[in-house]
Structure formats: structure tokens, C-alpha cells
Design a protein around this ligand. Structure first.
Ligand SMILES: [Zn+2]
Length: 219
């Protein structure tokens, strides 16, 4: 089986996003061989992103059917079912790149900040909010608490970084693949206004400086 390595997968996503920003669509993203796809899939990247109607990964990265294994959940949180979905794609399809992608103006982030600042529960949203809360709580102890716009931007990023950590260290299978299987898990943020996706730490990682940290005691 031809496996697309993580660096190549990342480059494809970056190039696709560049096309999206420039309002250019590749032919490959628009046409597909459904009969061929019915025989199997080989997604070259896994994307965990928000359910927000404005952030569909296939469109943002200009990719066609069968290219991306996409997991969408409000607030791009990591709960056991998201970990299981990522493990499934890594094992079954040998996909080597996982991207956790948050986005600007995220309603789940906003709802979490509202719930914390109002000191009340979040009703049915609690299962989402409670997973975002630990990542954003420390920000409320800084001067960001006085500036809602900056606070939301920082919270989006902090939440993505928390999800990346949970995937990196919340699964033995993923940890092993990170250390010796060529797997990479990176964070990213999609800007609703510019259409651009900013990959965190990408330059350092592309230069081969990425070293998976030793797993913590908790799992
Ligand atoms: Zn969102």
C-alpha cells in the first residue's frame, strides 16, 4: 500500500488551502470515480474540526472524496469517541497526519466563556463546555479577561493545543505511532475572514525538529 507520509500530507493541505484562499478549485476536488471509491479509501490526512457550518475541511483544503478522514464535533473537543475514530483511521488506512483544527468566532468557545464568566451551568452543552473549560480557565486569570475579542482568540488556540495533547498522550496506540510510526499530530486554526489555515509549530516540525515528548503519568 502506498502510504503518504506526514510531511507530504501537510504540504497537500497547505497547497489546497492556498487554492481555497485564492478561490481556485482543483479538478480533483470536483470530480471523482465513485465506483473506484466504493472499493476502498486511502485518506491521506485525518482532520478533527468543529461542526460549525463555516468550517468544512474538504472545502477549506480543496480536497475531493476519499482524501480526508474528517471528525466533526462542536468545539473540536477530544472525548473517547474522537480518540477511537482517530485510532481507527490510523490503523485501518495507515494515515500519517492528524490535524486538530479550531476556527475563529467559534460558538462553542464563546459558550464556554459565557458559562464560566456567568458562573452557571451550560445545560445540554455541558458535555462540550466541560471539555473546553480546563484549557481556557487559566486565560481568565490574565489581562485577557478584560478583552473579550482577544480572550476568544487565545481560547480557540488553547483549546486546539489541549485537544492535540489529549490525542498525543491519551492513546497508547497513537503514542506508539508518534514515537516510531511516522505519525504527526498538529494543531491549526482556520480564519473565517481570510480563509487561511495557520498550522501551529509547522516550520519547526517540517525542519525535522519535532520530538514527541515523553508521555506523562496520566493517561
Ligand atoms: Zn466552532
Amino acid at each position: 500500500m502506498n502510504v503518504v507520509d506526514a510531511d507530504e500530507a501537510l504540504r497537500r493541505l497547505m497547497e489546497g488551502n492556498r487554492r481555497f484562499v485564492e478561490n481556485v478549485r482543483s479538478v480533483q476536488a470536483m470530480v471523482c470515480d465513485r465506483a473506484e471509491l466504493s472499493r476502498g479509501q486511502r485518506p491521506f490526512a485525518i482532520v478533527l474540526c468543529c461542526s460549525d457550518s463555516r468550517s468544512p475541511a474538504e472545502t477549506i483544503f480543496d480536497q475531493g472524496l476519499g482524501c480526508l478522514f474528517v471528525i466533526r464535533v462542536a468545539g473540536n473537543i477530544v472525548a473517547p469517541s474522537q480518540i477511537a475514530s482517530v485510532e481507527f483511521a490510523v490503523e485501518r488506512f495507515h494515515t500519517r497526519l492528524v490535524v486538530v483544527m479550531g476556527h475563529s468566532h467559534c460558538g462553542a468557545i464563546s459558550a464556554t466563556l459565557d458559562a464560566i464568566q456567568a458562573g452557571r451551568g451550560a445545560g445540554n452543552l455541558a458535555s462540550i463546555v466541560d471539555r473546553i473549560r480546563p484549557a481556557v480557565l487559566p486565560l481568565l486569570q490574565t489581562e485577557l479577561a478584560e478583552d473579550r475579542e482577544s480572550l476568544e482568540r487565545a481560547a480557540v488556540r488553547a483549546n486546539v493545543e489541549a485537544s492535540v495533547r489529549q490525542l498525543r498522550y491519551g492513546s497508547r496506540l497513537l503514542e506508539e505511532q508518534l514515537i516510531s510510526g511516522g505519525l504527526r499530530i498538529v494543531g491549526a486554526e482556520y480564519d473565517l475572514v481570510t480563509g487561511r489555515v495557520d498550522f501551529f509549530e509547522t516550520e519547526r516540525e517540517l525542519n525535522g525538529c519535532a520530538t514527541p515528548r515523553k508521555p506523562g503519568p496520566g493517561r
